[in-house]
Ligand binder design. Sequence first.
Ligand code: G3I
Length: 468
Amino acid sequence: MTKQLRRRKARIAAIWSGVLAGVAAAAAMTTVMAGSATAATTLGASAAERGRYFGTAVAANKLSESAYTTILNREFNSVTPENEMKIDATEPNQNQFNYANADRIVQHARSQGMQVRGHTLAWHSQQPGWMQNMSGTALRNAMLNHVTQVATHFRGQVVAWDVVNEAFADGSSGARRDSNLQRTGNDWIEAAFRAARAADPNAKLCYNDYNTDDWTHAKTQAVYRMVQDFKQRGVPIDCVGLQSHINNQSPYPSNYRTTLSSFAALGVDVQITELDIEGANATWYRNVVNDCLAVPRCNGITVWGIRDSDSWRASQTPLLFTGAGAKKPAYDAVLQALNNGVIPTTSPTTGQPTTPPPVTTPPPVTTPPPGPGGCTATVSLQSWTGGFVATVRVTAGSSGTNGWRVTMTLPSGATITNAWNTTRSGNTGTVNFTNVAYNGRLTAGQTTEFGFQGNGVGTGMTPTCTAT
Ligand code: G3I
């Protein structure tokens, strides 16, 4: 073969390899494009591709309606019981719990592989009559007992709880809403979150409210400051729920994305929890979805009902399906916005790569020795025939604590059934209660509370506190 021929062959080979590389690249591109060409056809599937959920509020009494469940099962991968987990539904009489309707929804969701958002553990509204008539320590303890019992019942089945709902006032004050719960003391919200964490350590704990969409509103700012404060002080909070009931009086705000990203920057997830839009304005629906997709920690959207006829404000036709179950233009806008969203290569919730990072040995934890200031503890009791709830307040001495242990001897015959914000050594006789991860470290004079519920008579317990 001449030199010239060899060169020509090499050139042809180079051209071919270029062509083949081009074909391969084109094939690879086709694979990527095929992802968008075969766009998801349901809301849940499209959201899931983007590491998110798309959910709806569900009413237990509609689960027997096939027109309803057909849409539910096809479109959504998350459900929130609309009324069935509320206080009046789950504890109609004090200490008598009824989970029948909530359990039906949870069972349905699980059978369809959907996740469940819990709504809601502590709220000024939809309280049963017995709770409406309570105040002070009795109400505080009843509320904590409710949080504990309900979160324990659904432990492992609810991915996120609206622990506290609608605790801030509307208008320009930025104040807490007045309510019987608020009157038990400003710390009622954090007490509820701590009880929920103790009862279900794996559920995400959210604060949920409405009229918190516009970043400039006093109510939004007030909720923001509370979440910031909770994060700074180690109060367990994982997420903020924006209900987003949007209507012509409270239109979609152009700074909605700022609101979502500002909350997310505090280190919490953001969830749009009760979305509905008066007249189902397709542009506003699209904007909401685009805003959520633009914020990595906005990890899910729930619409507050399936068909317009299912809505709490049906006359405003605010949902994605007509009463007859047909998809509305807003549905198409939402699905299209979801499908146009980037498919992340990192987890939207954590911002971490989807492949786990290499394992590294954590640095040794050095704990300073216990301070000489010790701690003290007092107990207050809420009793009824056959049972009691004890609330124990731990106060750090002059040096603060790294951890604490409270020892108490229960009266004979008394048995602990459950406890919150503490780890306990047993349930009868002399019991040691130690701090949990988030409430052991107290500065001088700082207090924290834990509690437990028991059968029998709880009077006469004397707590002793040791700083550890
Ligand atoms: O089930 C009874 C029925 O037996 C009775 O005949 C009828 C007569 O009034 O009432 C029915 O109960 C109603 C229940 O919805 C079920 O439809 C209640 O009266 C009614 O008050 C209740 O309204 C719920 C509302 O919360 C109560 O505050 C809505 O369904 C529910 O969508 C709505 O949801 C709230 C969120 O929890 C929190 N954010 C705001 C959102 C909208 O208000």
